[in-house]
Design a protein around this ligand. Structure first.
Ligand SMILES: *[C@@H]1O[C@H](CO)[C@@H](O)[C@H](O)[C@H]1NC(C)=O
Ligand SMILES: *[C@@H]1O[C@H](CO)[C@@H](O)[C@H](O)[C@H]1NC(C)=O
Ligand SMILES: *[C@@H]1O[C@H](CO)[C@@H](O)[C@H](O)[C@H]1NC(C)=O
Ligand SMILES: *[C@@H]1O[C@H](CO)[C@@H](O)[C@H](O)[C@H]1NC(C)=O
Ligand SMILES: *[C@@H]1O[C@H](CO)[C@@H](O)[C@H](O)[C@H]1NC(C)=O
Ligand SMILES: *[C@@H]1O[C@H](CO)[C@@H](O)[C@H](O)[C@H]1NC(C)=O
Ligand SMILES: *[C@@H]1O[C@H](CO)[C@@H](O)[C@H](O)[C@H]1NC(C)=O
Ligand SMILES: *[C@@H]1O[C@H](CO)[C@@H](O)[C@H](O)[C@H]1NC(C)=O
Ligand SMILES: *[C@@H]1O[C@H](CO)[C@@H](O)[C@H](O)[C@H]1NC(C)=O
Ligand SMILES: *[C@@H]1O[C@H](CO)[C@@H](O)[C@H](O)[C@H]1NC(C)=O
Length: 391
């Protein structure tokens, strides 16, 4: 039984092992064009055995994340002169990727939660009850980590921004790419594969509107290389293994054929992420009215007019739950999600759970088997006895 458990553990460890080698470049190949401006485009290459996953993290305007899965020898070419104007073809993969999944942190919405529902519904709220900010802020590089198994960057909105929203505070976004499949070290310990980018987003000291009962929501625009006549689905499921994020059983997901977003339905109200300072999130998936929101992003430069034939949707995520403190009295909230190619990582049972299951089921099972054998042997002997007496 113990041997069996060890075998299961070893097997589950081995099937984890589709690792990727990570390399990161900031403004790759950009010479003169990046001298005055702090153009920020981060390119992370994750080479596996048979294919390469490319992460493009574009912060030159709205935060834009492109994931592309391609043959191993695919390279990304950037013409910085034409990327300055977001011309079509400024970014090019050669040879072409198998498929792509992209998302844009498109809007930050402050809404007046008069009915204390903590849900922003774009079809209900009008201009007098919500303020929609495009995220084309000036983003500056705060810090980065660059190893062969992990890359991450933290971007912040510039202090010298004139938006009322950012007068006293800032929005920061940390993006991470991984070479191995693991649980994130950051709460709520999302399980990432090597096929995803993790996004941690944080709203700190944002200014709110005086007469509002303010909460915040995010508008994420999603683009999949699925054909436009297919669709994306939003659903939630329960997590089996609660060990890594106690109490947070619900996982939210948007899935297309070729990519997904995934998150735990939890946001945090203090820098230190803890259960006591957490709240809920809610989400809704809507049709994107048009593709104007992709103007002046890496998506236009990479896909150009092909965008028309791709599948796009908009996900609204509201941070908070009915009855919790409003943003103005505790001006901090953070939330994390994963966006990836293919399918989300499958939660596997950990050694701890396996041992419990092993002992819980294994020992009684062993007893039943031994007992069973004993009874059979005993019956057999009795039968033999009977046979013998009959003879
Ligand atoms: C990351 O590390 C690799 C290998 O050491 C190096 O080639 C690359 O320039 C580094 N990237 C950045 C942004 O520092
Ligand atoms: C890579 O390709 C080889 C040959 O096509 C195949 O045997 C192997 O399973 C593939 N590995 C992965 C991780 O997909
Ligand atoms: C590399 O790309 C070329 C096309 O540019 C293709 O013909 C070739 O088969 C590729 N090689 C490998 C090893 O994938
Ligand atoms: C880059 O784009 C500019 C403007 O579109 C063009 O004039 C130039 O030839 C391009 N450079 C390369 C190396 O393709
Ligand atoms: C709040 O509730 C009232 C009454 O039920 C409703 O008319 C109104 O549309 C709601 N407002 C929002 C923003 O949901
Ligand atoms: C829309 O705005 C008006 C004020 O212009 C307000 O009275 C009304 O409640 C708002 N409607 C909703 C559904 O929020
Ligand atoms: C937010 O405000 C608090 C309290 O005034 C301050 O300690 C903190 O440094 C501020 N954070 C940012 C990012 O401005
Ligand atoms: C990543 O994507 C590739 C290609 O679709 C797939 O073969 C692989 O199993 C995926 N890896 C994980 C950990 O999901
Ligand atoms: C969707 O469009 C593609 C071509 O763009 C076509 O091959 C496919 O049959 C269509 N599917 C449906 C369900 O209409
Ligand atoms: C929770 O937030 C409160 C107020 O912001 C703070 O005083 C407290 O230390 C936080 N608790 C934890 C565990 O971070």
């Amino acid at each position: 039984m113990i041997l069996q458990i060890i075998l299961i553990v070893l097997l589950s460890k081995f099937s984890f092992a589709e690792d990727r080698k990570i390399t990161m470049a900031i403004n790759p190949g950009c010479g003169a064009e990046c001298k005055q401006d702090s153009n920020i485009l981060i390119y992370v290459r994750a080479d596996g055995l048979n294919d390469t996953l490319h992460h493009i993290w574009d912060f030159t305007n709205k935060p834009t994340i492109v994931l592309a899965l391609s043959p191993l020898n695919t390279t990304l070419m950037i013409n910085w002169t034409s990327f300055k104007n977001y011309e079509e073809g400024a970014l090019q993969f050669s040879p072409l990727p198998f498929y792509t999944f992209s998302y844009l942190v498109d809007k930050v919405i402050e809404f007046n939660d008069v009915n204390n529902t903590a849900i922003f519904d774009p079809t209900v709220y009008n201009k007098s009850d919500s303020i929609v900010h495009d995220t084309n802020f000036k983003w500056v590089l705060d810090k980065y980590v660059n190893t062969t198994s992990y890359a991450s960057v933290t971007m912040k909105t510039d202090h010298k921004h004139y938006s009322h929203l950012l007068k006293k505070g800032c929005i920061s976004i940390t993006l991470s790419a991984f070479g191995t499949m693991e649980h994130s070290s950051l709460q709520p310990h999302l399980l990432h594969t090597t096929n995803a980018t993790q996004i941690d987003i944080q709203f700190e000291n944002l200014s709110t509107t005086k007469h509002f009962k303010s909460r915040f929501a995010l508008g994420l625009a999603l683009v999949s290389s699925d054909s436009a006549n297919s669709t994306m689905h939003l659903h939630s499921r329960k997590s089996l293994d609660d060990e890594h994020s106690p109490g947070i059983f619900t996982i939210g997901e948007v899935k297309s054929k070729q990519g997904y977003l995934e998150w735990r339905t939890v946001a945090y109200t203090s820098l230190e992420r803890s259960m006591t300072n957490s709240t809920g999130v809610s989400s809704g998936l809507f049709d994107l009215p048009g593709i104007q929101c992709f103007d002046d992003t890496a998506l236009v430069s990479l896909f150009g007019s092909d965008l028309d034939f791709m599948l796009w949707k908009e996900l609204y995520v509201s941070l908070g739950e009915p009855g919790d403190t409003l943003y103005s009295s505790n001006p901090f909230i953070s939330w994390s999600f994963l966006g990836g190619i293919g399918v989300p990582g499958n939660e596997r049972f950990s050694l701890f759970i396996l041992l419990i299951v092993g002992f819980g089921l294994g020992v009684p099972a062993l007893l039943i088997i031994i007992g069973g054998i004993w009874i059979v042997v005993k019956r057999f002997r009795q039968k033999n006895d009977i046979v013998f007496t009959e003879m």
